[in-house]
Ligand binder design. Structure first.
Ligand SMILES: NC(=O)c1ccc[n+]([C@@H]2O[C@H](COP(=O)([O-])OP(=O)(O)OC[C@H]3O[C@@H](n4cnc5c(N)ncnc54)[C@H](OP(=O)(O)O)[C@@H]3O)[C@@H](O)[C@H]2O)c1
Length: 212
């Protein structure tokens, strides 16, 4: 099968890319990226400047794909730093939903969209939140929009992954420290996502502990 990856220059996306390239069930990977990636026989890098808009040539590259693993996103410490969340909203909501719409229009059906959200994402936009309020609401809003999109497009399934802290599969001071709290190894979340992309799954929302 052909699969789309977005975010493959990042920490989680890089591991997802490696696992896709090693998996015999995946014959072809299209990486939508702002930057080039190391060459591989199975990989086509489709460079994009604006993830809100899908040109005819990008649509041509993705047209046989059956699934996407979407790991584009911002981390809480930087998401609201400079512009009061405008970039966070654009990257999180606008880019993700533009992708869902373009994939629904241009790719093979049925289609599976696997989205990396985060632990604590809150879909109820009216609920009072004391910690990381804006970040958790934006995450929850993307989740709701993706799940609603899937409800109105029966041949499109959205899967939501809610990792807590994602740690390296190597032993480092960071992984030892953060591994003490709610966490998941990067190879474990990538494996869960690749399996969902290939086989689908009964559940659509995956909490941190359910991925292990
Ligand atoms: N790491 C964790 O512990 C953790 C835990 C829970 C949830 N998450 C979520 O998982 C997702 C991935 O996390 P990560 O740790 O892999 O992040 P990361 O290493 O910072 O990677 C982020 C990816 O998103 C892309 N990206 C960022 N801004 C973009 C923009 N404006 N336009 C296009 N691409 C853009 C980056 O591309 P460039 O290389 O081109 O910048 C990169 O490929 C994020 O949504 C994050 O919030 C992460």
């Amino acid at each position: 099968m052909k699969i789309i990856l977005a975010g493959s220059t990042g920490f989680i996306g890089r591991e997802a890319l490696n696992q896709c390239l090693q998996n015999p069930a995946i014959t072809s990977v299209v990486a939508l990226s702002r930057r080039d990636l190391p060459a591989h026989d199975k990989l086509k890098v489709t460079l994009m400047k604006d993830f809100a808009s899908y040109s005819a040539s990008v649509r041509q590259d993705i047209k046989d794909a059956e699934a996407c693993i979407w790991t584009i996103g911002l981390i809480p410490s930087t998401a609201f730093k400079d512009d009061d969340g405008a970039t966070a909203r654009r990257v999180s909501i606008e880019y993700t939903m533009a992708a869902a719409k373009a994939f629904q229009e241009s790719c093979r059906k049925p289609f599976r969209f696997i989205y990396v959200s985060g632990a604590g994402a809150e879909q109820d936009q009216a609920k009072s939140l004391w910690v990381m309020r804006d970040y958790r609401r934006i995450r929850g809003l993307v989740e709701s929009e993706l799940l609603n999109f899937a409800r109105t497009h029966p041949d499109f399934t959205s899967y939501i992954m809610r990792p807590a802290m994602v740690i390296s599969n190597k032993t480092t001071p960071h992984s030892l420290l953060f591994g003490l709290g709610p966490s998941i190894r990067v190879d474990a979340i990538a494996k869960s996502m690749v399996e969902l992309a290939i086989d689908g799954g009964e559940k659509t929302v995956w909490e941190n502990s359910e991925m292990k």
